[in-house]
Ligand binder design. Structure first.
Ligand code: NHR
Ligand code: GAR
Length: 196
C-alpha cells in the first residue's frame, strides 16, 4: 500500500495528470496506491482547486512564513509524514514545485522522491530551461522524470520525452509542447515506481 503525496506551486497540470491516470488505470486496486494529499507552498496555486474537487486533502505551507529553508522543510516534512505509515510509506512527487529542498529533507525521502524537470537532463538544470534551450540553438527539447538527490536536477533518470524545437518557437510555445509530453511520462514513471 502506498500513499502518494504531491507537492505543487502552480497550475498543477502534472498533478492532475497523475490523479486522472490513477483513477483511469485503477491504481488503488492494482497497486494499493492513492493520492493521499496535495500540498502547495503557494495559497493561490491553481492546482489546489482541482485537488479539492477530486476529494483529495490539500494543505498550504507558505515558505515566506519561515525564517530559514531548514525550518520550512521541517514543517513540510511533518505535514507529509502525517500520511506516512509503516504499511503505507509515502511516495513523494514534486510536480512544478518551485522550492529547492535541503539535503536533510531529500535524505529523509531517498529513493521515494521524484521530480519532473522541463529539459532533457543533464542539459539545462535549474530555471528558465526553455529560453536557455532556444538561446543554445537546440533542435530538440523535452522533459525528464528523475529521483531527487541533494544535487539539483541531477538524480537518476527514470523517464524522458523529446519534442522538436520548431521555427518561431518562444519559451512559452516550447514549454506548452513539452508539457503535453510531461503529462504522459510522469504518470507512467510513477506507476513504474509503484510496481517495485
Ligand atoms: N531539491 C533538491 N534538493 N534537488 C532537486 O533536484 C530539486 C529540489 C527541489 C525542486 C525541482 C526543480 C526543477 O525541476 C526541484 C528539484 C526550483 C528551483 C529554484 O531555483 C530550481 C529547480 C527546481 C525547482 N527555486 C528557487 C529557490 O530559491 C525559487 C524560485 C521561485 O520561487 O520561483 O528555491 O526545475
Ligand atoms: C512543468 O513544466 C514542470 O516540468 C515545471 O513547471 C511546470 C509545472 O506545470 N517544473 C519546474 O520548472 C520545476 N522547477 P504544472 O504545475 O502544470 O504541473
Amino acid at each position: 500500500m502506498k500513499n502518494i503525496v504531491i507537492l505543487i506551486s502552480g497550475g498543477g497540470s502534472n498533478m492532475a495528470a497523475i490523479v486522472n491516470t490513477a483513477k483511469r488505470d485503477h491504481w488503488a486496486e492494482k497497486y494499493g496506491a492513492r493520492v493521499a494529499a496535495v500540498i502547495s507552498n503557494k495559497a493561490d496555486a491553481g492546482g489546489l482547486a482541482f485537488a479539492r474537487e477530486h476529494g483529495i486533502p490539500t494543505a498550504v505551507l507558505d515558505h515566506k512564513a519561515f525564517a530559514s529553508r531548514e525550518a520550512f522543510d521541517a514543517a513540510l516534512m511533518a505535514l507529509i509524514d502525517q500520511h506516512d505509515t509503516p504499511d503505507r510509506p509515502v511516495l513523494l512527487v514534486l510536480a512544478g514545485f518551485m522550492r529547492i529542498l535541503t539535503p536533510g529533507f531529500v535524505a529523509h525521502y531517498a529513493g521515494r522522491l521524484t521530480n519532473i524537470h522541463p529539459s532533457l537532463l543533464p542539459a539545462f538544470a535549474g530555471l528558465h530551461t526553455q529560453q536557455r534551450a532556444l538561446d543554445a540553438g537546440c533542435k530538440f527539447a523535452g522533459a525528464t522524470v528523475h529521483l531527487v538527490t541533494a544535487e539539483l536536477d541531477h538524480g537518476p533518470i527514470l523517464a524522458q520525452a523529446v519534442v522538436p524545437v520548431l521555427p518561431g518557437d518562444t519559451a512559452d510555445t516550447l514549454a506548452a509542447r513539452v508539457l503535453t509530453q510531461e503529462h504522459l511520462i510522469y504518470p507512467r514513471a510513477v506507476a513504474q515506481l509503484l510496481q517495485k
